[in-house]
Design a protein around this ligand. Sequence first.
Ligand SMILES: [Zn+2]
Length: 163
Amino acid sequence: MTRTLFLAAIALLTACASGEPEHADCQGSFRIEPGFTEAQVFSIKAAGLRWNAFLGRDHFKVSEDEGMCPIYPATIASPEALTKQGMARSADYTPATGEIRIDAANMKSPDGPWFEAIVMHELGHSIDHEHVETGIMASTDKTLTLDFSDEDRAECRRVGICS
Ligand SMILES: [Zn+2]
């Protein structure tokens, strides 16, 4: 809770002080931090490539060597980390810093297609996508899909990235 408030405060201060966007601009450049399995690293890279295919351009650059914003393993399943639906959060994106945290131990499958879909979901937040009912940007794993839905496409148009 304290950390959440602290991050929110930083975001507000940044927005007020500089007039810049209240979120980090990762420009699609993400760095995979140590601690993931080989299969997970593969899926994280694949998540970026699948977004690029969807967007029709090379927006995401995800690598283990360099990148502006980190993707790292973390334990985030705690009472404060419950979603609005009351589910334990298994990954999140922090707008103020551009960090993506992955709690694979708190996922039904810690790698493979569902893991990849969750990484795609968080990458979507980094380009301002909000939640949709059904699709990659669904907020619950009941309606999360393994591939982009028409609703994801509509959301992509709404934020002005897809035509
Ligand atoms: Zn989300």
